[in-house]
Design a protein around this ligand. Structure first.
Ligand code: ZN
Length: 385
């Protein structure tokens, strides 16, 4: 029988506790190095110089790829994911890109790679810090959750003395909050659904809202995000943070990756970090609220949609049909409110209550300056997925 953790010095003999402790030491190690590095970071009044991050020095006009920690502990493989840094040749803002918080969402990982690979540091003003594969074990195995079965994106800002996922969250959060003014967290949509490429952002930070608009493609959905998500917690820590997600999990979608990488580049140009073109999402693609049309009670069966992503619908419009296999009865799925289809289930067998169509209700009335309280469906299945 395992001894209870934390009692009478038995922690080192308890496998689970020992596992967490070793990780803690790994994270503490890079945390301590970072403290040293922070002291050496020039403040805004200092001349632009090398960036000291973790135990690395990245010179102006250069790129660097290294690991979060070089530890060789048995379990450090959970925290030694990649860190990529672009230190621009000239002074400018600091942008963080995070990806792979959910291990099955590999399109965000590929977006991060494309951005890093394509940036010429001599043509960048400022710094880009990229954490492309945060849930490294999950990415290797295709699993959304961390090795301890927890959702990393509900555990920020994390705790160094918490669970495995919480320890990783603490390390990531510290890096992001110390080094970045703005954050783009890259995700992928859900299995068995199609989503318009979408950016989610809180109404509370006008700078983040502007940043979301200048992603340039897809739609913007307003909302604070769930407690413990990196976007929400970073926002509350004073960082302009948005989340982007597109396409489905487990496979690369070249078009979604291209749209995402172009969007990040557009945000960078808008922030003054490059001289590339800036794109802007129109006001009528900003949605203040969303709601779901679901399978009615006892309405399950074979589902076929009859509209496409991006369709504008009116109350009473038929969105799709479910055929009940036992009775051959057809159940039409009818829109209750006007809006735009921004997400939908693919043709499949569905059961009562399954979310079929995500309808966005335009939020153009929040501009300019008139900020309304957001009101989103708390039961929506994909919130910062
Ligand atoms: Zn996700």
């Amino acid at each position: 029988m395992c001894p209870e953790p934390g009692r009478g010095g038995q922690a080192v003999t308890a496998p689970v506790r020992g596992f967490a402790l070793a990780l803690l030491l790994s994270v503490r190690a890079f945390g301590d190095v970072q403290v040293q590095a922070e002291a050496a970071i020039p403040d805004s009044s200092s001349p632009w110089g090398p960036l000291l991050i973790l135990d690395q020095t990245v010179a102006p006009g250069s790129k660097s790829a290294f690991l979060l920690t070089e530890d060789r502990d048995f379990d450090s493989s959970f925290v030694n994911s990649s860190v990529w840094v672009v230190r621009g040749a000239s002074e400018g803002p600091a942008l963080c890109l995070t990806a792979g918080i959910h291990g099955d969402e590999i399109n965000g990982v590929e977006i991060a790679r494309r951005v890093f690979s394509s940036l010429d540091p001599d043509k960048v003003s400022g710094t880009v810090v990229i954490l492309p594969m945060i849930n490294l074990a999950g990415i290797r195995s295709g699993e959304r959750y961390m090795a301890d079965r927890r959702d990393l994106n509900r555990l920020f800002p994390g705790r160094r003395d918490g669970s495995l996922a919480s320890i990783v969250a603490a390390g990531v959060f510290k890096l992001v909050t110390k080094h970045c003014r703005a954050l783009i967290d890259l995700h992928t949509g859900s299995f068995s659904r199609l989503n318009a490429p979408q950016i989610r952002v809180s109404l509370n930070r006008p700078g983040a809202l502007d940043m979301a608009r200048h992603f340039g493609s897809g739609v913007v959905v307003l909302g604070n995000g769930p407690t413990g998500s990196l976007r929400r917690e970073a926002s509350e820590a004073g960082i302009d943070a948005i989340i982007y997600e597109a396409a489905g999990p487990h496979r690369f979608d070249a078009e979604a990756a291209q749209v995402g990488a172009d969007g990040v580049r557009s945000v960078m140009a808008w922030m003054g970090m490059t001289k590339m073109p800036v794109k802007t999402i129109p006001f009528n693609s900003i949605f203040r609220r969303t709601y779901w049309e679901r399978v009615p009670l006892r309405g399950g069966g074979f589902f076929f949609p009859e509209v496409e992503i991006g369709a504008r619908v009116q109350p009473g419009d038929q969105l799709g049909t479910i055929h009940a296999p036992g009775t051959d009865v057809e159940t039409p799925i009818i829109a209750r409110r006007a809006g735009t289809v921004i997400g939908m289930a693919v043709p499949q067998i569905v059961l009562s209550g399954y979310a079929l169509f995500n309808i966005g209700i335009e939020g153009s009335d929040v501009f300019p300056g008139l900020l309304l309280q957001e009101s989103s469906d708390p039961t929506a299945p994909e919130v910062d997925g």
